[in-house]
Design a protein around this ligand. Structure first.
Ligand code: C2E
Ligand code: MG
Ligand code: MG
Length: 289
């Protein structure tokens, strides 16, 4: 039937989305396999939330000056039936497309709130642990009220769970702006994620009152090239002048760290110090620090 043909053509087209030099795609075994994997993940989603098969991992953020842990980012992983971890890159884009992502984002937010509360009750030092939000989460009805309600019921200050939204979301999605402003008004800290990953512009930093900008790995990888270093130096200077603090993401080498320290970058997140780790390992790292 024509409808099936059309669906298959669309599925094939999806595999070359944003690859502007490629104009032909085939509906083949690989496409079928991916579709089956996506279907399986969608039908397993609800029970995975119930059974808590989604695990929150933590990647520490280190002070560039003292090399101590001063914060962390919560990153989701899915523990599959075979016990293996599925990285977010394999399911976040799917759940963004089919509309399931707000449920997952809220799940992570709740988990992090509860974890912060536990640390508070145990008398542990509280460092901010940020969460990532997709566009659909922010645009959901009563989103800010809902998140404030969760933080209030758990009994933590919103400021200990900063919210990361990507630069492209802040720029392209004007509809996101009023919700983000409400978040700030309610005491959340707003972090601009992945700055420099697309067609970035310094003007995007003026759209909302971000407390922190996170330099994307693709910018950090420029370190070592004269033009790249100058670009990063000026971006950092501009952000600092505007009162924002800077986190460098994807820092993997000593050379990158030294350069970032020399230009006054505030915090470092990357494999050089630590990859994302389970909660247990994160606590070990905190004890060592
Ligand atoms: P992100 O928010 O930009 O998170 C940083 C990603 O960079 C993480 O990938 C982290 O493991 C990786 N990374 C950190 N340091 C290094 C490094 O030195 N080298 C390299 N090669 N990679 C590094 P991860 O955990 O696979 O997450 C990928 C993306 O998935 C995240 O990018 C975020 O956009 C999304 N994501 C993760 N958890 C959630 C969530 O709970 N909700 C939503 N909406 N998105 C999430
Ligand atoms: Mg992030
Ligand atoms: Mg990022």
């Amino acid at each position: 039937p024509a409808s099936v043909l059309l669906n298959r053509a669309v599925s094939a087209m999806e595999t070359i989305r944003r690859q502007y030099g490629v104009s032909v795609a085939y509906y083949d075994a690989k496409v079928v396999e991916k579709q089956e994997r996506d279907d399986a993940m969608e039908s397993a989603f609800e029970s995975a939330i119930e059974k808590e098969d989604f695990e929150v991992w933590y990647q520490p953020k280190y002070s560039a000056k003292t090399k101590k842990i001063i914060g962390a980012e919560a990153l989701i992983r899915w523990r599959g039936k075979d016990g293996k971890l599925i990285p977010p890159g394999e399911f976040i884009p799917l759940f963004e497309k089919d509309g399931l992502i707000p449920v997952l984002d809220e799940y992570v937010f709740k988990k992090v709130c509860c974890y912060q509360k536990k640390r508070q009750s145990d008398g542990d030092e509280i460092i901010p642990i940020s969460v990532n939000l997709s566009r659909a989460s922010i645009l959901r009805k009563d989103f800010v009220k809902n998140y404030i309600g969760i933080a209030g019921r758990v009994g933590i200050e919103p400021s200990v769970v900063p919210i990361e939204i990507t630069e492209s979301m802040a720029v392209k999605s004007i509809s996101v702006t009023p919700f983000a402003e409400d978040l700030i008004r309610e005491g959340f800290s707003l972090h601009m994620d992945d700055f420099g990953s697309g067609y970035s512009s310094l003007a995007s930093l003026q759209i909302l009152r971000f407390d922190v900008i996170k330099l994307d790995k693709s910018l950090i990888d420029f370190i070592g090239t004269p033009g790249g270093e100058s670009l990063i130096r000026h971006t950092v200077a501009f952000a600092k002048e505007s009162g924002m603090s800077i986190v460098a993401e994807g820092v993997e080498t000593e050379q990158q760290l030294k350069f970032l320290q020399s230009i006054g970058c505030d915090s470092i997140q990357g494999f050089y110090f630590s990859p994302p780790v389970s909660q247990g390992e994160f606590e070990q790292l905190l004890k060592k620090c």
